[in-house]
Design a protein around this ligand. Structure first.
Ligand SMILES: N[C@@H](CCC(=O)N[C@@H](CS)C(=O)NCC(=O)O)C(=O)O
Length: 215
């Protein structure tokens, strides 16, 4: 059964697609254009009642929330493709810890920067400079913690690449390209080396090549 994934042009969906490629899971995409409101049609809301991307359909099984989806598939296909959940209970705990840090510390200020600096101007809205400054300060503090962690650990959860690292790719990519704030990564030696390791993986390069960003 080929899994259907909605909205490949958007960052949160790319988290899921990177996981599919690492786990060698076949998928088909359904394009959704947020700027045309295609996430607010009754058909889409029937699949994802909060109207955000992504959602997947696997036969008659429907699942939304990108991190729930990647956890589900990493567990379901544990022995296929790259092991992404850690090899021991302790590694699994660290994978979960850093997935939570990504969701609650890393992504929120970065998501807001993307909205303020990329989405809002496209909708004719004026970015809030005070919020942008606060977001950059918050993100800098988070990245300082990462730099410390990555000075003693090759990847966030230990010696091997895991969902914890993968989950940072879609929004980390905005720092490098869309937002032009690559200095936030490059000014931190260990974060910079880690970023090169994870973003040069064939899976992420394939995501970027197959699914160009909406903005
Ligand atoms: N927690 C959700 C968040 C998803 C999310 O924010 N998706 C964005 C695209 S990257 C979206 O659909 N935004 C449309 C909106 O907020 O109206 C997940 O990880 O699946």
């Amino acid at each position: 059964m080929v899994v259907k994934v909605y909205g490949p042009a958007y960052a949160s969906t790319k988290r899921v697609i990177a996981c599919f490629i690492e786990k060698e899971i076949e998928y088909d995409v359904v394009d959704i254009d947020l700027f045309k409101g295609e996430n607010t049609t009754p058909e889409y809301l029937n699949l994802q009642p909060f109207g955000v991307l992504p959602v997947i359909q696997d036969g008659d099984y429907t699942l939304y929330e990108s991190r729930a989806i990647i956890r589900y598939y990493a567990e379901k296909y544990k022995s296929q493709g790259t092991e992404l959940l850690g090899r021991t209970m302790e590694e699994r705990g660290l994978v979960e810890q850093w997935l939570e840090v990504e969701a609650h510390n890393f992504q929120p200020p970065l998501y807001d920067l993307v909205v303020q600096l990329l989405f809002d101007p496209k909708l004719g809205l004026i970015p809030d400079q005070k919020r942008i400054k606060e977001d950059k300060e918050k993100l800098a503090r988070v990245l300082d913690v990462y730099d410390q962690r990555l000075s003693t650990s090759k990847f966030l959860a230990g010696d091997s690449f895991s969902l914890a690292d993968l989950s940072h790719l879609p929004f980390g990519q905005f720092l490098m390209t869309g937002l032009g704030k690559e200095y936030m990564i490059r000014d931190r030696k260990h974060v910079s080396g880690w970023w090169d390791d994870i973003s040069n993986r064939p899976s992420w390069q394939k995501v970027l090549q197959l699914h160009p960003p909406a903005l």
